[in-house]
Design a protein around this ligand. Structure first.
Ligand SMILES: C[S@@+](CC[C@H](N)C(=O)[O-])C[C@H]1O[C@@H](n2cnc3c(N)ncnc32)[C@H](O)[C@@H]1O
Length: 466
């Protein structure tokens, strides 16, 4: 029963603080379910987590008591039902309502079936249809595919009076984050970030270096629809990449084009020795390993734990012989591994820091992130770690070497502001390039990468501006 599975996963996410994918992996009922039903359960979980704030606005219109006064089990069932009514064309309204009534009986909330039935019928009555353009924003909901649900009555704030409030409710992104998008990227930029945040994430693969032509030929021969995006290929109409030709041969990896660009931003070339800080689970490590080839090397560092084990497994599977994995807290310069250049303080030719961040560039993929963006606490708690990671990593760059700082955030505090603060304190480094990418709906994630170069002079010889 896919709706019961969705309900169980949402319970684990909301009450057990689990990631949805871990909850799916841990529930035996998910493993036993036919793929089609499991797919619907996944769609419902992702949908409720991604569009929860919008669903609550709509439900509140037809509930007598406020959302925060509802029983958690009833509210979960109502959200699952309302998501189908608003966003899933393939499920008839009557089926969405009756399956919710069955579900509330299954989860044993005695006496609430009539409430669930009445509220969801009323929500169904609010839907006037689907339209190709926005229409009146107070009564339209973007669906993430360029179309909008048209409502029979106003549900949202007037954007002329409260733009942030209107966008926050209609795109299900906390007001705090929307206000930052508006302040930093303007109304159009904010709008496209929000559109990307509700779009279906693409299936993006990166052919391994030297295998680009093979992969394109194999996809074409198998009738797989694909198009290029940077160094990656967007594959259309394929649910499971493991079914694609050449997957078993390891000819491509799953990677977003913005992430691939970040790994390659300092143009890693044959023979370079690179330190990859914050490397797990290893998407960028693989790209670096291919780029530096057998005469170069990559030392990949992350905190000891599950993610690091994942990285080791990926490397073993792919047979990447030029990568060494190192478990350490990378905020501690003394704990970082030494590089292979004894003539320059055991430093590396290049160091990449792919920092932990607020993930504002990957809202479509990481549905749980929205919940952490309700105030500035996530940004504040990351700021110290980010500063220490960059400071420590800089100690491992050889004179003349490069230091790259990348995040999957589009918030300036973690990007340009962080890099400028570092450069102001370190005149021995100069900015070489800087790129902020806003997420493009259905094509690529948002992110940032800056490349800096260390002067060939010793630190004490450098004056600001050198
Ligand atoms: C954005 S993810 C890295 C993604 C990875 N580079 C890739 O391409 O697959 C950030 C990583 O930083 C790591 N991290 C966070 N704090 C750290 C610290 N103090 N020392 C080392 N790694 C840290 C996390 O464990 C996480 O794996």
């Amino acid at each position: 029963m896919p709706r019961k599975l969705a309900y169980d996963v949402l319970t684990l996410v909301e009450e057990g603080d689990m990631l949805a994918r871990d909850a799916f992996a841990g529930l035996p009922s998910a493993q036993r379910m036919p793929p089609r039903d499991r797919g619907l359960a996944q769609e419902l979980v992702q949908g409720v987590l991604r569009r929860g704030a919008t669903l609550d606005v709509i439900l509140a219109l037809r509930l007598k008591r406020g959302i925060d006064q509802q029983d958690a089990r009833v509210l979960r069932v109502l959200r699952i039902g309302a998501y189908q009514l608003l966003f899933l064309d393939r499920i008839p309204a009557a089926a969405a309502v009756s399956s919710a009534v069955d579900l509330i009986r299954t989860v044993r909330r005695e006496g609430t079936a009539p409430l669930v039935n009445a509220v969801l019928r009323a929500v169904g009555g609010l839907v006037a249809g689907v339209q190709p353009d926005e229409g009146a924003p107070r009564r339209s909901i973007p669906r993430g595919d360029g179309t909008y649900v048209r409502l029979t009555e106003d549900a949202f704030a007037d954007p002329a009076a409260d733009l942030a409030g209107s966008l926050a409710a209609r795109y299900s992104v906390p007001r705090f984050a929307v206000e930052r998008f508006l302040a930093q990227h303007g109304a159009d930029g904010a709008r496209s970030i929000l559109e990307a945040s509700i779009a279906r994430p693409p299936v993006s693969v990166r052919p391994r270096l030297g295998r680009e032509a093979d992969v394109a030929a194999a996809f074409t021969a198998a009738g797989v629809a694909f198009e290029p995006e940077g160094v990656c290929l967007l594959v259309r109409g394929v649910g499971d990449v493991r079914k694609l030709p050449l997957w078993d041969a390891g000819a491509f990896v799953i990677q977003d084009a913005t992430a691939a660009d970040a790994a390659l931003a300092f143009a890693p070339a044959d023979g370079l020795h690179v330190l990859d800080v914050c490397a797990a689970p290893g998407g960028k490590t693989l790209a670096l390993s291919e780029a530096v080839g057998p005469t170069g090397s990559v030392v990949a560092v992350d905190i000891p734990g599950t993610r690091l084990l994942q990285l080791m497994e990926t490397l073993a599977l792919r047979g990447m012989g030029n990568v060494e994995v190192y478990g350490a807290d990378a905020t501690d310069a003394a704990a970082l591994p030494r590089g292979p250049n004894p003539e320059s303080a055991d430093a590396f030719d290049a160091v990449l820091v792919d920092a932990p961040c607020s993930n504002t560039g990957v809202l479509a993929k990481r549905v749980e992130v929205r919940g952490r963006l309700t105030d500035g606490s996530a940004l504040a708690s990351l700021a110290g770690v980010q500063e220490r990671l960059l400071e420590a990593a800089a100690t491992r760059v050889k004179p003349g070497g490069r230091l790259a700082w990348s995040t999957c955030s589009i918030d300036d505090q973690e990007n340009g502001t962080r890099v400028r603060a570092f450069l102001a304190a370190h005149p021995e480094f100069a900015l070489v390039s800087e790129r902020l990418t806003l997420p493009v709906p259905g094509r690529r994630d948002g992110g940032y990468v800056a490349v800096m170069r260390r002067s060939v002079l010793a630190t004490g010889d450098v004056r600001p501006g050198t």
